[in-house]
Design a protein around this ligand. Structure first.
Ligand code: FPP
Ligand code: MG
Length: 297
């Protein structure tokens, strides 16, 4: 798939996800406490790339499933992602003031509301994914378990704890691999796995999608670390140099900028190989993988 076509796909699919998200917590005078819903919408409806829902939809469409069927699951992934950004930016974690080109949630609503807005998004993600969906109950349970595993102690929460503990330490590539896989790749992997679960895949196809998700997820975080050094604040919508300020363990710190990008390309090749080896024809997933590695924001 050509670069422009994939960028158009990401843009238009992301816009559609955005519209769906806008309808989740619409302004409603009776909604209490109004401030909480406002804070949730503030982060949910910011200018994000919507990559996780886009990956979820792309995985489903690769196997012939229409996107309207997948939308609640795709949205659940974005809710989890948004919650993690709100909490990650809090003063007790990364203490960042800018996200998606705007003041962070706690800068606008205060720490207590930001914390609860994150909790609200996290919990509602499961309410969304547990609503009646046109899949067999055991498949839906597997989706819910996949999301919980990716977001929780065996995934993002565990990775975040390891990330915090690794600040100001010498670290190692092995530890950094653990952090990247858990903090970031697991949710990205869950995005494609959940999308593909809407279709009746063979075990080999399912394994290939899962491997693809983990590899592009790790590549995503390598490039995120690279952008934190070499990117532009205006493009990123968040400050550069945040990792250095917090003395984070990152690939640029351990292996340098060029090697970080080379490793991300290697991960992309690994992701593509997993699909090709299982005879999965997935130009969309190839294209989104390229976008992830070559992005500037
Ligand atoms: C940027 O995503 C986000 C990451 C690179 C993930 C970093 C991991 C965390 C913040 C985990 C935090 C975990 C807890 C439990 C607090 P993006 O570039 O897709 O952002 P966008 O949606 O704004 O485009
Ligand atoms: Mg962080």
């Amino acid at each position: 798939m050509s670069e422009t076509r994939v960028e158009d796909y990401i843009q238009s699919t992301g816009d559609q996800v955005h519209r769906y998200l806008s309808g989740l917590f619409p302004p409603d005078a009776d909604r209490r406490p109004e401030r909480l819903f406002e804070a949730m919408n503030y982060s949910l409806l910011g200018n994000g790339k919507r990559l996780r829902p886009v990956l979820c939809i792309a995985a489903a469409e690769t196997f012939g499933v229409p996107r309207d069927v997948v939308m609640p699951a795709a949205a659940a992934l974005e809710l989890i992602h948004c919650y993690s950004l709100i909490h990650d930016d809090l003063p007790i974690l990364d203490n960042d003031d800018l996200r998606r080109g705007r003041p962070t949630n706690h800068k606008v609503y205060g720490d207590a509301t930001a914390l609860l807005a994150g909790d609200g998004l996290l919990t509602y993600a499961f309410e969304l994914l547990a609503q009646p969906l046109p899949v067999a109950p055991e498949v839906q349970l597997r989706m819910i378990r996949t999301l919980a595993n990716a977001a929780g102690v065996f995934g993002m929460v565990g990775g975040q704890q390891a990330d915090v503990l690794a600040e100001r330490t010498e670290g190692s590539v092995e530890l950094l691999q653990f952090i990247h896989t858990h903090k970031t790749a697991k949710l990205i992997q869950a995005s494609v796995v959940i999308g593909s679960l809407f279709a009746p895949l063979s075990a080999a196809e399912q394994a290939a999608v899962s491997l693809y998700g983990e590899a592009v997820g790790v590549a995503f975080q390598m490039v995120d670390d690279w952008l934190d050094v070499a990117g532009e604040q205006e493009q990123l919508g968040k400050p550069v140099g945040s990792d250095e300020r917090l003395e984070k363990l990152t690939y640029p710190r351990l292996v340098g900028l060029d090697e970080t990008l080379r490793m991300a390309e290697e991960k992309l090749a690994e992701a593509k190989r997993a699909l090709t080896d299982a005879d999965v024809h997935a130009p969309l997933l190839f294209g989104i993988g390229e976008f992830i590695v070559h992005r500037n924001k």
